[in-house]
Design a protein around this ligand. Structure first.
Ligand code: 5GP
Length: 208
């Protein structure tokens, strides 16, 4: 079991509706040590790739993206989900259906922050149906830039985002891949990415 899977078992809570709550270290309170470990894990998995920019989407991807930006010494851009009154830049615009908020979100990046010569590593906290990832890919392509890879903290393997992106030929790396989870028993199964096996575990966090 890797460090992120351990952390999920210690601190995650499974909610009804196939939702894993990780507010304790990723989505609300941020465990910087885990972010640092994830950033180094992505560096290991994308070894040999030239990366000129990290791209994520607000809000939960930003912490992980900044540490990765520090390691690669490249800028970090986060796509916004709404227009801000004080921005006069023209924008690349895409759309993504939000799994957690059950609505379409606009996804925007100001044109000066993505350029045709950029080689981009996309990162995000979760991958479920791949809506957010596909919107970010769309923005990169609108800019004429290249997607070098996609780094995800937690992939929900029972949803189709991961298999779609892999079938489309993207280099996708997810640190933890959930094969299944059960909110009633608080048990989770991770894909063993080295052995391509599935392991079963019970979450330890109290029911909150
Ligand atoms: P997708 O766009 O791939 O369908 O969903 C990914 C987005 O939905 C992530 O950015 C994340 O915000 C949210 N999300 C999807 N499933 C979960 C989940 O089980 N737990 C949490 N905390 N967020 C999720």
């Amino acid at each position: 079991m890797n460090f992120l899977e351990e952390k999920i078992i210690q601190n995650g809570v499974i909610r009804e509706g196939n939702i894993l709550k990780v507010d304790n270290f990723l989505n609300h309170q941020i465990d910087i040590e885990i972010m640092r470990q994830m950033a180094y894990e992505f560096q290991r998995r994308f070894k040999g790739e030239t990366i000129t920019k990290i791209l994520t989407i607000e809000a939960s991807g930003i912490a992980m993206a900044t540490l990765l930006g520090l390691i690669y010494n490249v800028p970090v851009v986060f796509a916004k989900k709404s227009e801000t009154m004080n921005s006069t830049d023209t924008k690349y615009v895409s759309q993504a259906y939000s799994f957690t908020h059950k609505r379409m979100n606009k996804v925007l990046v100001s044109k000066p922050y993505l350029n045709a010569e950029d080689k981009i590593l996309i990162v995000d906290d979760f991958l479920a149906d791949g809506e957010a990832a596909h919107a970010l890919i769309d923005l990169v392509h609108q800019a004429g830039a290249q997607v070098v890879g996609i780094g995800i903290a937690i992939e929900k393997g029972q949803q189709q985002g991961g298999s779609k992106l892999r079938a489309e030929g993207y280099h996708l790396e997810s640190i933890a891949i959930i094969e299944s989870m059960d909110w009633k028993t608080q048990t989770i199964q991770f894909r063993n990415q080295e052995k391509q096996e599935v392991g079963n575990a019970k979450l330890k966090a109290s029911w909150v």
